[in-house]
Design a protein around this ligand. Structure first.
Ligand code: SF4
Length: 492
């Protein structure tokens, strides 16, 4: 599985907003490592700087010092739709109105094609975010100087375009937007992807000031010295200007139907993030504790698969009374999106990424805690590697239920044909992977850990149950089915 993207925005006139955006993006690097970018406004002009690569390789001190302004947005990208090229790096900019506007998007729309037809850009489609930017730009009146500023009647073209376009979008979107003077945050009515609001107290020569920050995850606020105010509500749009943040409900307040991606807790989010008023670290630990109560097994050592399996392993060890230790060392420099297009290359990727600590595991019966099994290729290699390093038994414990359905909401997952959870029972998976036993966290236990009720109100768990919270258009399902057919026909 590959991450969603990360979005960030800051409104802080007089502060070094490009540096704050750099820091925020650096804290969100785990959400996307293909490209990074930021847009900065000085009130008259928006400047966009973006490129392929990590945040630290895209921006340097000189570049940041040249980006002076009052507000900025930033984006780290992993491409779930559209190619991984400079043209699809974000923020997306459109020159509509006084100084244009810029947009950064986390999530996937499920009606991109019909929107692209509406926007007249089907052939030129680069990404769903590009289509949204184009529709918004088309919502502005024909170019005339000054038209993007509120006129005498108080009308406002960017807000009018947002109110007209947003209700037509389906699927998952957390947007950070800006024009010359305002920062805008939007979260879709299901709130699939996280987005939070922070307050930044800072000083300029004239004295203390209050600024505002928006970010996919709360650690991006912490790194800037901002204080978490709250999570932005599903279906809420917040507009921030010199008067502070104002909330709007472009989808209607009644449209709110929270479905935060449960894999944000399991895997995507940083452990120090706060989601649904819970610290992700504590939730992951609880997953491990609950997993220890399911089908206990005698063992000598509990180890976690870095990074997200380690916290659940701590919880497992605490609840089971079995010692916790390090058994796998991760190469810190490989990143989370080592791109391995073939099964063989993926298998090699495990050795590039992880190395066993022989002295710790030799002759031991291991409990190995990992966050999920998607294709099973890496897990199979991992078990083989641990056994070759001397483990006498490898009992796999997975801190989520079997991943059996594709995601249409911004997470890059293979088609159902490639998902091990869709093809095999847990017992068959155990045999296929070569582990001595295999146990998945049950769905009720996962719900308990994330603080949801048995029906899963408030969270999305569609990839575990096949019960999608929105209609998934036939075109997407067809595409998934088509991919499955292609895969089947390409098999030797
Ligand atoms: S389908 Fe799964 S990965 Fe996708 S948003 Fe829902 S819970 Fe997250």
């Amino acid at each position: 599985m590959k991450e969603a993207c990360g979005v960030f925005g800051v409104y802080a006139p007089g502060a070094f907003v490009s540096q704050l955006t750099f820091d925020g993006l650096f804290a969100l690097q785990h959400r996307g490592q293909e490209s990074a970018g930021m847009a900065v406004s000085d009130g008259e002009r928006i400047t966009v700087l973006k490129d392929m690569g990590l945040v630290t390789s895209v921006f340097d001190e000189r570049g940041l010092s040249s980006l002076q302004g009052d507000l900025a947005i930033g984006h780290t990208r992993y491409s779930t739709t559209g190619p991984s090229t400079w043209h699809s790096a974000q923020p997306v900019y459109r020159p509509a109105g006084k100084a244009g506007f810029a947009l950064g998007h986390n999530g996937n729309l499920t009606n991109t094609e019909s929107l692209a037809i509406e926007a007249g850009m089907l052939g030129a489609l680069t990404s769903d975010s590009d289509v949204v930017a184009e529709l918004l730009a088309q919502g502005f009146p024909e170019e005339e100087e000054g038209l993007s500023e509120p006129d005498e009647e108080g009308s406002d073209h960017l807000l009018a375009a947002l109110h007209a376009v947003l209700p037509r979008l389906k699927g998952a979107f957390a947007f950070a937007l800006m024009d010359a003077d305002r920062l805008v945050a939007v979260r879709d009515p299901h709130g699939f992807r996280p987005l939070c609001l922070g307050r930044l107290d800072y000083k300029v020569d004239e004295g203390p000031r209050t600024g505002w920050v928006i970010a996919s995850e709360s650690p991006a606020l912490d790194i800037c010295g901002a204080e978490l105010v709250r999570e932005i509500e599903p279906g809420e749009m917040i507009v921030i200007d010199a008067t502070g943040p104002k909330s709007y409900w472009p989808f209607g307040e009644e449209a709110k139907d929270a479905h935060l991606c449960v894999f944000e807790f399991v895997y995507f989010a940083r452990p120090d993030s706060r989601l649904r008023n819970r610290e992700v670290y504590s939730v992951r630990r609880r997953m491990g504790e609950l997993l220890a109560g399911q089908d206990p097994v005698e063992a000598d050592l509990v180890i976690g698969v870095p990074d997200s399996g380690v916290v659940a392993a701590e919880g497992y060890a605490a609840a089971s009374g079995i010692s916790f230790g390090q058994g796998l060392i991760k190469n810190r420099y490989i990143g989370r999106t080592f791109i391995a297009p073939t099964q063989e290359a993926r298998a090699l990727g495990v050795r590039r990424k992880l190395n066993p600590l022989r002295a710790s595991i030799e002759g031991k019966r291991l409990i190995v805690v990992d966050d999920s099994i998607v294709r099973g290729t890496t897990t199979r290699q991992l078990v083989k590697m641990l056994k070759e390093a001397g483990a006498s038994e490898v009992h796999l414990r997975i801190s989520s239920p079997p991943f059996s359905w594709p995601c249409f909401y911004g997470i890059d997952t293979p088609s159902r044909d490639e998902l091990l959870g869709a093809q095999l029972t847990p017992a068959e998976m155990n045999a296929h992977i070569g582990s001595d036993s295999l146990e998945f966290l049950s769905l009720p236990n996962l719900m308990e850990a994330v603080g949801a009720d048995a029906e899963g109100h408030g969270v999305c768990r569609a990839c575990l149950t096949g019960d999608y919270p929105t209609e998934v258009p036939l075109s997407l399902k067809d595409r998934s089915a088509m991919m499955e057919r292609e895969l089947v026909s390409s098999k030797p």
